[in-house]
Design a protein around this ligand. Sequence first.
Ligand SMILES: *Cc1c(COP(=O)(O)O)cnc(C)c1O
Length: 397
Amino acid sequence: MKKRLFTPGPTPVPENVALAIAQPIIHHRNLEFNEIFSRVNENLKYLFQTIRDVFTLTSSGTGAMEAAVVNLLSPGDKAIFVNGGKFGERWGEICKAYGVNAVEIKIEWGRAVAPEEIESELKKNPDTKAVFLTHSETSTGVFTDVKEIAKVVRESSDAVVVVDGITSVGAHEMYMDDWGLDVVITGSQKGLMIPPGLSFIAVSEKAWKMVEESKLPKFYFSLKKAKKALESGDTPWTPAIALIVALDVALKMIREEGLENIWKRHEKLSLAVREGCKALGLKLFGYPPSHAVTAVYFPDGIDKKEFQKVLKYKYGITVAGGQEHLKDKIFRISHLGYYDEIDIVGVISALEMALMDSGFDKFNPGDGVKAVQKVFAGFEEKLVQKDNNDEMLSCCH
Ligand SMILES: *Cc1c(COP(=O)(O)O)cnc(C)c1O
């Protein structure tokens, strides 16, 4: 049986990327590595749409989150975070672990924070140093308008905007510099299509001033050390070399397809998944939807364990369950990274079969697949012309 991953991290690894990992290991303090790493660093700037350095850390995504907190802030500093899902909540947990005065905006899991809510919290806390956001909240499948929020933060405070882009980078439109995002982070096992083990963080000029003055303890994740090493095309510690070699291949694929096309593909695939689920009578969870992952309520009356088991062991499909209090309420289908239209036809078809196997029969076989095909047939016409910044896209090479 073919195994197919539809989880929002790890995501499927393309064959040529997997082959790159299988090559004999190279040493990281020599010309061969330097060449690869400098190409990777240029392509990461393109991915982030920034002219700033993008630092590569050897850790999972949470390492880059921790790096953001410990490199920007000092003990007792005030920071705002939005608890609208597991990953937004994590910003608060990291802040608290390091003695940051973390002000929580708690919203119902499944909706996005509005710019006005951030604005009013900033008015109450004018001494806020940083606002921590989650662009695509993977635990709920919800998208947050960080572009609008960054504007509001800039107009109403001196705080820096820190964005967890772990499932938005490479899925959603994102222009770090143009939108005035001060810190953006992502991880390797999400939109970058390589296995877990690397994380990435870029820091604006304004935020770098905070890095210079930050007093929270740090060593492995010190961005000053990362910057110093990067100046000689290097990393401060032994990096996950094989993953950087793989990243080189993945980033070439990303450049070849082009960011705008990648964003459009994710928009199309996510719409198709939503339409497919709705056509089966399933209810979607959360709004507005992320282009990376779709959260769906389990239908009433099915055996949830059986359903997931059938999906996995009969059809080879792994989807993600819900987290925390959403554990038995929702499941999540990822379409982040290396997916195409046929993958989506396949996952919705398997979903139909697994639902029927577990006693849910409120649809006719093929209803979901038909809806998916309709989206693909009519997507181009429906696309609203987006105000994309071509100049920025072509500048960072
Ligand atoms: C996956 C993920 C993380 C954490 O990543 P790890 O690699 O598990 O540390 C953080 N934020 C978001 C939005 C994620 O999807």
